[in-house]
Design a protein around this ligand. Structure first.
Ligand code: NI
Length: 388
């Protein structure tokens, strides 16, 4: 059961859909064009029902198989949103909106799941129901959580849910997965350092926030190296250091630091946050300044694959590609499919698109050559999990 011949026929169509989505990127929940196209196509394919507005702008379609003795519904999820990046691919289908770009391949995920939905609605060679789920706001905004809170799992009686992400780190068509923790928990934090501003020529009359904040940045690098079990993966990055003035001769009153923590274990995560708060407060105090810690976005939890469903993904991937990496390395990237896996058994797989610019890079572009493989994977998973 390798790649389906039907997807060789549909390949030009699905490629055209993908490139159209790529040329018209939309952000977060604000997806009127994208979600509209998705819903229109699902109706045109003859899906049994198409429901819009789940999780604000998410779309769900149900496709019933030839029979329903299993009375089960399994779900496949794709993400629809783009990123606030200026595109540098120079491709004919490059973004028409400066500052917005499909730099993570969600255009490809959406197009491949649409292709699979068309095939499943044509053939219906399964027993039960397949729900195809198109979610908003994966790149911040927790669209997966919004869909779950809107009753995604209970409303449609979903008993298993699966996700997929392309990877420019894997050869074209290579699947990779692992059971358990796969994508890191993501925290985004800020630290506001306050002192006493003044003339840079008379620092003795000030409380120098630039110096105190610099000391905090340096000290935070000891959390991973000195406070954390070396067997535990952990990242602490300070990514932004902003003073209120650009002047060379002013010691600023306030400095704002921003950063992120990536972890795979709640105990490690909680200890890390506590340590960051304490280091910031006490380091600032030693310079006569104060530091206030806070979170920016809502944290994303660890995305952990369920063991049994991971094995189902491996079987479907092997049916399509012949092989599947089953001990893929954990990634310190975050993925809000975590919320769906907290609410329902399921698993998330990576699909190689061949070497190229990395995800979120201005030169990244989804590789359309992988489309028949991705579509065939969804169809194989449907037919294997809901056999006639
Ligand atoms: Ni992504």
């Amino acid at each position: 059961m390798p790649i389906r011949n039907r997807f060789a026929e549909l390949h030009p169509d699905i490629t055209a859909w993908r490139r159209d989505l790529h040329a018209h990127p939309e952000l977060q929940y604000d997806l009127p064009r994208t979600a509209g196209i998705v819903a229109d196509k699902l109706r045109a394919f003859g899906c049994d029902s198409v429901i819009e507005g789940i999780g604000r702008t998410g779309v769900v379609a149900l496709i019933k198989g030839k029979s329903d003795t299993s009375r089960r519904t399994i779900a496949f999820r794709a993400d629809m949103d783009a990123l606030p990046i200026f595109e540098a691919t120079g491709a004919p289908h490059a973004s028409k909106t400066p500052g917005k770009m499909h730099a993570c391949g969600h255009d490809g995920h959406t197009a491949m799941l649409l292709g699979a939905a068309q095939y499943l609605a044509e053939t219906r060679n399964f027993d039960g129901t397949v729900a195809v789920v198109f979610q908003p706001a994966e790149e911040g905004g927790a669209g997966a959580e919004a869909m779950v809170q809107d009753g995604l799992i209970e409303t449609f009686g979903i008993s298993e849910i699966y996700g997929l992400h392309n990877s420019p780190l894997l050869p074209l068509g290579q699947f990779a997965i692992r059971p358990g923790a796969f994508y890191a928990a993501v925290d985004s934090f800020h630290i506001e350092v306050r002192g006493k501003g003044g003339h840079a020529a008379r620092p003795n009359n000030t409380v120098d926030t630039t110096l105190a904040a610099s000391a905090i940045v340096m000290a935070l690098q000891s959390v991973v190296s000195r406070n954390t079990d070396p067997q535990q993966p952990l990242v602490v990055s300070v990514t932004s250091f902003r003073t209120e003035s650009e002047a060379f001769n002013v010691i600023p009153e306030q400095v704002m630091l921003r950063g992120t923590v990536r972890s795979f274990d709640m105990e490690v995560r909680n200890a890390t946050i506590a340590r960051i708060e304490r280091i910031a407060a006490l380091t600032a105090e030693s310079y006569g300044a104060t530091a206030t810690f806070g979170f920016d976005e809502e944290p994303y939890p660890v995305m952990a694959n369920h063991e049994v469903e991971t094995a189902h993904c491996v079987a479907a991937a092997e049916a399509v590609s012949g092989t599947c990496i089953t001990d893929a390395p954990r990634t310190t990237g975050g993925e809000d499919f975590a919320y769906m896996l907290q609410a329902c058994p399921g698993a998330y797989i990576q699909l190689g698109i061949g070497e190229g610019p990395g995800l979120h890079h201005p030169s990244y572009d989804f590789n359309d050559e992988v489309i028949p493989t991705g579509c065939s994977y969804w169809v194989s998973l449907a037919e294997q999990r809901l056999p006639l």
